[in-house]
Design a protein around this ligand. Sequence first.
Ligand SMILES: Nc1ncnc2c1ncn2[C@@H]1O[C@H](COP(=O)(O)OS(=O)(=O)O)[C@@H](OP(=O)(O)O)[C@H]1O
Length: 415
Amino acid sequence: MAFWSSTSVFTSKVPRKILFMFTLSLSVTYLFYSLMSCYNSLQFPLQDNYVFQGRLVTEETTFATLRGKLYSASQGFTQFSEADQSALASVRDHAEAEQRTVEWIRTPASPTKPAAAFHTTVLEREHQEFSTTDSELRLNCTSDYGEKKLPQAIIIGVKKGGTRALLEALRVHPDVRAVGNEPHFFDRNYEKGLDWYRDLMPSTLEGQITMEKTPSYFVTNHAPKRIHSMAKDIKLIIVVRNPVTRAISDYTQTLSKKPEIPTFEVLAFKNRTLGLIDASWSALRIGIYALHLESWMQYFPLSQMHFVSGERLIVDPGGEMAKVQDFLGLKQIVTDKHFYFNKTKGFPCLKKPEDSSTPRCLGKSKGRTHPKIDTDVIRRLHKFYKPFNMMFYQMTGQNFQWELEEDSEPRSSQD
Ligand SMILES: Nc1ncnc2c1ncn2[C@@H]1O[C@H](COP(=O)(O)OS(=O)(=O)O)[C@@H](OP(=O)(O)O)[C@H]1O
């Protein structure tokens, strides 16, 4: 009652003209924002073009067809016909004479295949393997000052790309606070709710960025939607690495826990004589980056994603860190000066802080020696990934030059 009477006093005192102008400007603002949100929701899900090397690339039909195939591949069984293969060839400008058929099967491999049982066990096992707790690396998440916030940036992938190295380097930055473990919120713990997730985060002061890394998000179907519903403006970082080396690294991790598993060469093929690669094996499937990126692009513009080269992170950590800090809107604090090349480890390590004697190399599960893999298998895998890599370069507008590594064999125990 009192409210109403005070409102009528207000309206009677303010000239009608001013009230009219006020209402009009409110309506225009509302209309503007409605149109903006419509535009955004239309633009990304339907986007068919990508910016490549600074110019807009309109997709050829063949490229769109290939993407269609990628989609159906992600839904279940798809077999690429010869026609699809030639479409691929026109997209990438390379004839793939050898690789006639690429099979995508989601169901477990045939029981007659020696590796069949392993596939199922591995899928279950990976669930545990992914939760690399890296307790050896919980460095600086101890301050209780400030407030716990949901992350503003997440390293969403890829597994074995170099995600730990990146996160630990970022944690050197005074404006970055990150949780040491992989929370696996958007893939395994989503039902625990956002409060649970927030509570895992370290406290931050004004101006500090909260971060986490869980590399399995990149290949989790519902992760993009879930992350988008938490924060539309979140920044996403993806560390990518030559998919062939990534697959071997992934296999090496599994092998270290289960030495009795079949060889990489056995697991990589459905039928080696026919050259039929088993893309349902997760070690290989994770490396089809274009496929996974497509799902993220349904929800996020490329401007919210930053791709780090896993290879350059090793040879030029300072350079890659400069780009990441730029992307995150941070001051350039982590530079070359923070790294040194550790000959024993064979990788860059963080220099010791002056007041500490703690070694700052990553643990022994990072930078493992890989088993020697048949060169013919490596060659076939390079051919298998090539069209997907090309598509990925086009989508991201970055050429990671993995094809240049084709001739040089990846590092192995016999090197
Ligand atoms: N500085 C430094 N030290 C050690 N290792 C480094 C470093 N930078 C990148 N790498 C590469 O990181 C690979 C492991 O990747 P991730 O940390 O993403 O693995 S995981 O998904 O979290 O298990 C790991 O893969 P492997 O060499 O196969 O072990 C390394 O090649």
